[in-house]
Ligand binder design. Structure first.
Ligand code: FMN
Length: 387
């Protein structure tokens, strides 16, 4: 069945923040749908699909990416839990080419519920290759991408295709764009109510939403409003204040990154969020650097725990520090000594490794000398026989 977006409160696509543990926590606390972080078409095309029996996940992995011609260790590009994210996971693609978008979407389509195109990212890496917000300046290209996705991916697999845009400077040009996007056959349009040059700290401009909604409604395309929605309660208040119908959905990024439980009427305090998040992150082997990134968003900077988490290098250290987190977020005991002993162990292990390598090198050298010795003797013998 094609997923419905009408009136849903959803987790925004977020690079780094929107990995599996954050999405699962958001779902557990009332998110109706969750977006994957944006993944670039060319990267996804390189991936192989693996069923991870241990974690019960489906993993998309680049087995041997190369850097300077040397193979690197495998990279996990996207991980989904088919059972826990069933009917709720929208995959976002970064693209500027219809054929690449389609090839990439076909890789994941059986494991997700919809494909979303990012047409709003203002970052240099997106724009310089014609992706993200650059697509707002090439609407024909954007429409061509969406049409091809609708025909070659959406329709054959009975899945939804959607797009996330920003508003343009003028209302009239924004509405013209929306009209054209709706004609491509998409199911949903998400509008980030800021223009491309606007930063997240700036207040969004929601004035165009009623007219955008009229166009969407005419074409039976659902609409999600994004930009400074702070919680479920705030989303309901906004709909009332702006006299918007309940069928307009809401998307949250910033506030959901610092507390993925904001989808609930009663979001958890940060210390309970940290505990719940870590339980999920550990049970899905989340990469330590990603877990640390999330901790830096979840833990208030003024908490003593913030610095201690920043010093952790392994899941074991994170586990220890979180065990020192009191019921109300207070620090039960200073984990400095534990962290210092981990650093000492690390230093010792590095020294051992270094010694081992040096010994190996010396042994190899000795072997070479012996071989050389043997060769030299052999040569001498041959020479004397000749004489
Ligand atoms: C950490 C972070 C990562 C983001 N990554 C993406 C992304 O991958 N794709 C995208 O379309 N927008 C991305 N965004 C933008 C958000 O999806 C959203 O449009 C924007 O933050 C405005 O919503 P907010 O006011 O609720 O934060 C990101 C935002 C944040 C904070």
């Amino acid at each position: 069945m094609v997923v419905s977006y009408a009136g849903k409160l959803v987790l925004a696509p977020m690079v780094r923040a929107g990995e599996l543990p954050t999405r699962l926590l958001a779902l557990q606390h009332g998110a109706d749908l969750v977006w994957s972080p944006e993944i670039i078409d060319k990267k996804l095309i390189q991936c192989e699909r693996f069923i991870n029996d241990k974690l019960k996940t489906v993993d998309f992995i680049i087995s041997s990416p190369k850097s300077n011609g040397k193979p690197k260790s495998p990279t996990l590009v996207f991980r989904t839990h088919p059972q826990l994210e069933k009917g709720k996971i929208i995959f976002q693609i970064g693209t500027s080419t219809p054929s690449l978008a389609t090839e990439a979407a076909l890789k994941v389509i059986e494991d997700v519920d919809g494909i979303d195109v990012n047409a709003g990212c203002p970052k240099h890496f997106s724009i310089h290759s014609g992706m993200g917000a650059a697509l707002l300046k090439t609407p024909d290209k954007l429409c061509a991408i969406l049409k091809e996705l609708v025909e070659k991916v959406g329709k054959p697999y009975n899945k939804s295709i959607s797009v996330k845009i920003r508003i343009l400077e003028e209302e009239a040009t924004t509405l013209e764009l929306v009209e054209n996007l709706c004609l491509t056959g998409i199911h949903n349009l998400t509008v980030h109510c800021r223009t491309a040059p606007m930063r997240n700290r700036e207040a969004p401009i929601r004035d165009y939403i009623p007219k955008i909604h009229q166009i969407c409604k005419k074409h039976k395309v659902s609409l999600i409003m994004n930009g400074a929605v702070r919680s479920k309660t705030h989303y309901n208040e906004l709909l009332q204040e702006l006299q918007l119908p309940l069928e307009i959905g809401g998307m949250m990024a910033d506030c959901a990154e610092s507390n993925p439980t904001v989808f609930s009427k009663n979001p958890l305090p940060w210390y309970d969020v940290v505990r719940e998040y870590l339980k999920i992150a550990q049970s899905f082997d989340n990469h330590t650097s990603n877990t640390k990134y999330m901790l830096s968003r979840l833990v208030p900077g003024k908490s003593k725990l913030f610095q201690f988490f920043a010093r952790c290098k392994t899941p074991r250290e994170i586990e220890y520090v979180v065990s020192q987190l009191g019921e109300k977020g207070e620090l039960l005991s200073d984990p400095s000594n534990f962290l210092q002993s981990c650093r000492n162990e690390e230093k010792l292990a590095k020294q051992k490794e270094h010694d081992k390598k040096t010994k190996l090198k010396q042994a190899e050298k000795r072997q070479l000398i012996n071989v050389d010795d043997g060769d030299a003797k052999q040569l001498k013998k041959m020479k004397s026989e000749k004489v």
